[in-house]
Design a protein around this ligand. Structure first.
Ligand code: SF4
Length: 366
């Protein structure tokens, strides 16, 4: 007997096709789509708009497989960092053809604020991009996540906090992995997350952060449904960026800024540039002036992220230098914010939690 087909991550069209394969009317697929993503139902018996016989059949031939919570780390500011286990899935169940995803652990973060929650999702288990300030890089890439595993993180985090949910949900693809190196699965997940009949999260409240994979940014620019784009800049010159982001040798700053200038922004949209301030490395007034020149003429905002000292050999920038850096950009007319990391007491940098967990479990990653 073939294993049950995982429905999480399937689009409305794929669910309609699956139901037709079972000899059911296609509109049942649309009903299941709504139940899975809009109503966030996790069991077939609760889908009471389906006939009882179909619910029973789905219970035998299909599955609602979500990432499993291995551990929750709660911060005093309300942030919850999840370590999630991804089960191996059949190619059919994963929504990917010809691939056999292996088990992996990832992290997902839930950050409550006054009138909204922000979910930080992973798109790969580990990462191959090798940014020198990022602990995820030290894990290497275990594998790409499937669309179902990306959507599943949002479903798990929302369900786990169901009692205290705020009216609005923001999504940031800033967890483990480079989203644009897992393009097809990320876009399939986003089509469900941003679909008004699916999880109904607004594109205005969804941000994809990239280290600057130029061909994929060009591809993203052509998508009908797309999130906002954030570029992880972190340096003011090629020489500097080469040192901390080796990807810069393949996609250097001038080409990256060129593709950013051509990126078709919607009327309400700005590009975001993330800039991790590494004390004594990229936080000088000269750096700020170079960044201002790089961004001149762009509809952009800059998030300055003061480095949190941890296991990597960088220092927290001096408070006075952070302010001077901010003021230089602001004086050039650039919107600039200093972002405080959430959940600092449960490890703040992306990938830190997974590294700790894997070290504790002595699981090799490479
Ligand atoms: S910062 Fe992002 S792209 Fe760079 S290594 Fe870490 S996870 Fe990968």
């Amino acid at each position: 007997m073939s294993p049950p087909v995982n429905l999480i991550g399937k689009s409305a069209a794929e669910l309609r096709a699956f139901l037709e394969l079972l000899g059911e009317p296609a509109y049942r697929g649309a009903q299941i789509y709504r139940a899975l993503y809009a109503e966030r139902r996790r069991e077939f018996p609760s889908m009471t708009n389906l006939p009882a016989a179909l619910r029973e059949r789905l219970g035998r031939e299909a599955a609602i497989m979500l990432p499993r919570v291995v551990r929750r780390h709660r911060s005093s500011d309300g942030t919850v960092r999840y370590v999630l286990a991804l089960e191996p899935a059949s190619p059919e169940g994963s929504g990917e053809r010809g691939s056999h995803p292996v088990p992996a652990q990832i992290e997902t973060v839930f950050m409550p604020e006054e009138n909204r929650q922000t979910l930080c999702l992973s798109t790969q288990a580990g990462c191959a991009v090798d940014c020198r300030f990022c602990l995820t890089a030290t894990l290497g890439l275990a594998r790409n996540l499937t669309a179902g595993e990306i959507v599943g993180q949002a479903l798990v985090a929302l369900e786990d906090n169901r009692a205290s949910l705020r009216p609005r949900t923001n999504i940031v693809l800033m967890g483990q992995g480079e989203p644009l190196l897992n393009y097809d699965a990320v876009m399939a997940a986003l089509r469900i997350l941003l679909d008004p009949h699916g999880m109904a999260i607004s594109p205005r409240h969804t941000t994809l952060s990239t280290s600057g994979i130029i061909p994929a940014i060009e591809r993203l620019a052509l998508e009908r449904v797309r999130p906002k784009l954030a570029v992880s800049l972190n340096a003011s010159s090629n020489a500097q960026r080469d040192q901390i982001m080796p990807i810069n040798r393949k996609y250097p700053l001038e080409k990256l800024m060129d593709v950013c200038r051509k990126y078709p922004l919607r009327t309400w949209e700005r590009l975001t540039f993330e800039y991790v301030l590494l004390g004594g490395f990229n936080d000088s007034p000269e750096d700020a002036r170079r960044v201002a020149r790089l961004l001149s003429g762009l509809r952009a905002k800059v998030n300055l992220i003061p480095w949190n000292p941890g296991e990597l050999p960088y220092q927290r920038p001096d408070a006075g230098w952070i302010e001077e850096f901010r003021a230089i950009l602001a004086a050039k007319g650039i919107s600039v914010f200093v972002r405080q990391s959430r959940g600092q007491d449960v490890l703040a940098a992306c990938g830190q939690l997974a590294l700790t967990e894997s070290a504790a479990a002595a699981v090799p990653h490479a």
